[in-house]
Design a protein around this ligand. Structure first.
Ligand code: FE2
Length: 308
């Protein structure tokens, strides 16, 4: 097996000529890891795969970890995190956007960002796909950083930003809440979803990727709250909010995004130290099942403030 790639729209690549059922030699493992470090987002199509294979394949990229949201873990395979639409959890994930009822929509985020120690990456495998529904978006924040003008790069070089874990989308300062209404069962506090109450996490606005050394714009809209001590960078509170707003508008530019339309047999692997992701959600009743494996983060990229 020798791997070739094809560019996806804007960011990431599709890996061609790959078959998960052929032996994974050390040479192929090394190739896969270097493609991952180079492109951050890898798509594999047409894979005939089961949970054992998914877990084994994911270990190519590092040790696996279990998600803190224990309720979504698979009983048989603790390394699998089950993302399901069209099942009993729908009511907790249902909200209204422009008057439409949508299940499981999530804003741009990085997984476990609220802990200060995001996981290294994750792999999603389509088990049951919803046709024309349930797209997952991926965004490359190293390319987004490179595209900033020099003045902005200088301005953000030494600032830190705080993320405030919150279950209520309406309380997140930088997501677009226009025409948004929570659903009757939307969680109100972390314990409603089995989460602990995470303290704020702090990151430099620009994080150097521990492996590739590339600069990553550490700005995602979910949980983004404020600049820490903006006066140190010569900014008032209002100016620092305006700066964050302009950075959020920057990361929302389609040129940094790839939106994946799921087909049976698809796998997407992303570098959670560099790429953000989001989900568009599904219409009520639409069935969709994705299995996720999570690659452990062995480096703390941010830090957590003491508990509130
Ligand atoms: Fe996520």
């Amino acid at each position: 097996m020798s791997l070739t790639t094809r560019r996806l729209e804007n960011v990431g690549v599709e890996v061609l000529d790959f078959d998960i059922n052929e032996p994974l030699t050390d040479a192929i493992k090394a190739d896969l890891n270097s493609l991952w470090n180079e492109h951050a987002i890898l798509l594999f199509r047409g894979q005939d795969i089961d949970p054992h294979k998914q877990i084994e394949f994911s270990r190519t990229f590092g040790p696996l970890e279990k998600h803190p949201l224990a309720v979504n873990r698979s009983g048989e395979f603790p390394e699998l995190f089950v993302l399901e639409n069209g099942g009993p959890n729908d009511k907790f994930q249902t909200a209204f956007y422009d008057g439409n009822e949508i299940v499981g929509r999530l804003d741009w985020h990085m997984d476990l960002h609220y802990t200060g120690r995001p996981n290294r990456g994750a792999l999603l495998r389509a088990v049951h796909v919803a046709e024309d529904d349930g797209e997952t978006g991926f965004g490359d924040l190293a390319i987004a950083y490179d595209a900033l003008d020099q003045g902005t790069k200088d301005k953000i070089a030494s600032i830190e930003v705080a993320y405030q874990f919150n279950m209520q989308r309406r309380n997140m300062r930088f997501v677009d809440v226009k025409n948004y209404e929570p659903g009757p069962h939307s969680p109100k506090k972390p314990s409603d979803m089995g989460f602990p109450d995470f303290a704020d996490s702090i990151y430099p606005a620009v994080v150097t990727h521990p492996i590739s050394g590339r600069k990553v714009l550490e700005i995602v809209e979910q949980f983004l709250d404020r600049v820490i001590e903006p006066e140190r960078a010569g900014l008032s509170n209002e100016e620092s909010d305006a700066l964050l707003q302009s950075l959020v508008e920057h990361i929302r530019k389609p040129e940094f995004h790839y939106f994946h339309k799921w087909r049976q047999g698809d796998m997407v692997l992303w570098d959670n130290w560099r790429a953000m992701h989001c989900t568009k959600g599904t219409r009520p009743g639409v069935k969709r099942l994705i299995n996720r494996t999570t690659i452990e983060g062995d480096t703390t990229l941010g830090r957590q403030l003491p508990a509130r």
